[in-house]
Design a protein around this ligand. Structure first.
Ligand code: FES
Length: 570
């Protein structure tokens, strides 16, 4: 048997092994902790600035118990925690930084396998990206969603109802006092957003990819089964080390195709697009933006969860979770795909059942027959833009309207409620300089709130186009991720208020009705915007970030750099 990786630190005699073992013994570890048993790193994203992970100090103990039961040695380590609700200018700016932290922490330390504790939106992709670039045996455990929000006798969803309530306040149909009360009613237990926002989507994606145990996505954070699956995850990673089951064996093109189809079935977040593209880049799996349309287009959205539908993650858990969804669309999946269980998807979902056909609908009663993500092309986004048809208004899916352009997010905020703003419900709102380089970090500002004067008239949706992302908890006819972005001179930079734009989702077309000659003329006078910050991590990010159609990873982080033993430190 080949020597375990950790034994290159802890095994043998002499000065170096003395140093590695001696200092670890100040943890209280006995001699036999270093006898060659698998050392399992537990990558903990706990932070009090990441409220979605507030329970991770307790959750990690269940993982450790599982590792010990299976004969491994659990060693916990912290990494950068990308909390969505607090980090500015946007948590997405730090996803790649966190992935570097994860990758280097895994490679530089004496571990044989790793458990990735994820939850809040960007934590899941950052951990998986870093682990994929190392390619040691890895398994994800999600922190789980919050319990359903409850307010004035009805369920309310993280994010989704914030957008609705704030528009109701702006429209004058909800009081400031009720708005304040809703604040504490929305987040009433540990856990991440309980709508099908980005956190729940990415927890579902890792399960669909085969990187987490079946059932991982839906158990609420405070459900005892969350602790139980944490324990089982701890046990399983020890076996994965023995079997040398690594991400590169699991993250195949087939696995990504399965995940994209599951994303369509659950009405998942548009953010999954950039995250899965970035993860695929780390393992060298062939995946492009158009695969999102090709794999997902015919998948019906059968999960009736906010923001596309009515229910919340707690209801999804009781209905059967991701295994039940995968069983409903089993004929669309590659059932032979390998997973962290060491078994195929087929084996994993064999006993799954749908216990609530209102929440997980049968296909003949789908929420929308064509879920998934629409990939739009045209002279306004030559490298693509996306839309989530299930969250859009059917009446706007084919529309021609007059552009109302906002130069950046500050311009938007300054003018949106100006009574003199020349805009009506047929207009198309365009926001630029909010992409990967422009914001920087491609913030979730694409679902711009509508002008107050139109809200008061009862208008609730308009077409919005940007190079930004939108929160997975948001909804509306929102075209996102336009590439190339305005800040690098993409066509979005050349639109002027009054230009006509055509959106045809069925034809996957996004067209700016301005002649090539006129666009070339405008391009001559275009100047790139000043970066928000020079130097530091933000400078590195702006210099190296790839466009949205490449997952917005940093160019030098793409690829699998493996987990060869680094040279000794002393
Ligand atoms: Fe953390 Fe929504 S803010 S998951």
């Amino acid at each position: 048997m080949t020597k375990r990786r950790s034994q290159h630190w802890f095994g043998g005699q002499g000065k170096d092994a003395f140093i590695h073992r001696s200092w670890m013994k100040n943890n209280g570890l006995p001699d036999d902790a270093f006898d060659g048993r698998p050392v399992i790193g537990i990558c903990n994203t706990f932070s009090e600035f990441t409220p979605c992970h507030v329970h991770f100090r307790a959750l990690v103990e269940h993982i450790k118990a599982g590792v010990l039961e299976a004969g491994g040695l659990p060693l916990e380590f912290p990494v950068f925690s990308c909390g969505e609700s607090n980090l500015r200018p946007t948590a997405m700016l730090f996803r790649n930084l966190a992935s570097m932290d994860v990758e280097e922490a895994i490679r530089g330390n004496p571990m044989d396998g790793v458990v990735l504790m994820a939850g809040c939106d960007k934590t899941t992709p950052s951990l998986v990206m870093g682990a994929a670039s190392c390619d040691l045996p890895s398994i994800v455990i999600s922190g789980g969603p919050m319990l359903n929000g409850r307010f004035q006798g009805r369920a309310i969803g993280s994010g989704t109802d914030v957008w609705k309530f704030s528009e109701d306040v702006r429209a004058g149909i909800m009081s400031e006092q009720d708005f304040a009360h809703a604040e504490s009613a929305m987040s009433r237990s540990p856990g991440h957003c309980m709508t099908m926002g980005t956190a729940s989507t990415m927890a579902s994606m890792v399960e669909a990819l085969g990187l987490a145990l079946p059932g991982n996505a839906a158990y609420p954070a405070v459900d005892a089964r969350r602790n139980r699956i944490a324990r089982m995850t701890g046990r399983r990673i020890v076996e994965m080390v023995t079997d040398d089951l690594r991400p590169s064996a699991i993250l195949t093109r087939q696995a990504f195709a399965n995940a994209i189809r599951v994303n369509g079935a659950i009405g998942g977040s548009t953010n999954a697009v950039v995250h899965l593209l970035a993860i695929a880049g780390r393992v060298g799996a062939k995946l492009g933006l158009d695969d999102w349309d090709a794999f997902g287009r015919d998948v019906p959205t059968i999960l009736d969860l906010m923001p596309s539908g009515r229910f919340l993650m707690e209801d999804f858990c009781y209905a059967g979770g991701i295994p039940a969804v995968m069983k409903e669309i089993a004929d669309m999946l590659d059932l032979d795909a390998l997973t962290v269980t060491g078994k195929s998807v087929r084996d994993n979902i064999a006993d799954a059942r749908n216990d609530n056909p209102e929440v997980i609908r049968p296909r003949d009663r789908a929420l929308t027959p064509h879920g998934g993500i629409g990939v739009l092309r045209g002279n306004l986004a030559p490298d693509g833009a996306i839309i989530k048809p299930s969250a859009a208004s059917p009446s706007l899916m084919k529309h021609r309207g007059r552009a109302v352009v906002f130069e950046d997010i500050d311009d938007y905020k300054a003018r949106i409620d100006d009574p003199a703003l020349d805009i009506d419900e047929t207009s198309i709102m365009v926001l630029r300089n909010c992409g990967p380089k422009g914001y920087p970090g491609m913030a979730e500002v694409g679902n711009m709130a509508l002008p107050q004067k139109l809200l008061r008239k009862g208008v609730r949706d308009m077409i919005r186009i940007s190079d930004a992302r939108m929160s997975g908890t948001a909804f509306g006819t929102v075209v996102l991720h336009a590439a190339p972005e305005a800040a690098v001179g993409g066509p979005l930079a050349l639109v002027r208020s009054g230009d006509m734009i055509e959106l045809d989702v069925e034809a996957r077309k996004l067209h700016l009705d301005v002649s090539e000659q006129e666009l070339a003329r405008r391009r001559q006078s275009w100047l790139p915007p000043e970066p928000a910050m020079r130097g530091g991590y933000q400078g590195l990010y702006v210099d190296h970030v790839l466009q949205a159609d490449r997952g917005a990873d940093l160019d030098f982080l793409v690829g699998n750099r493996g987990h060869a033993i680094p040279r000794e430190s002393h």
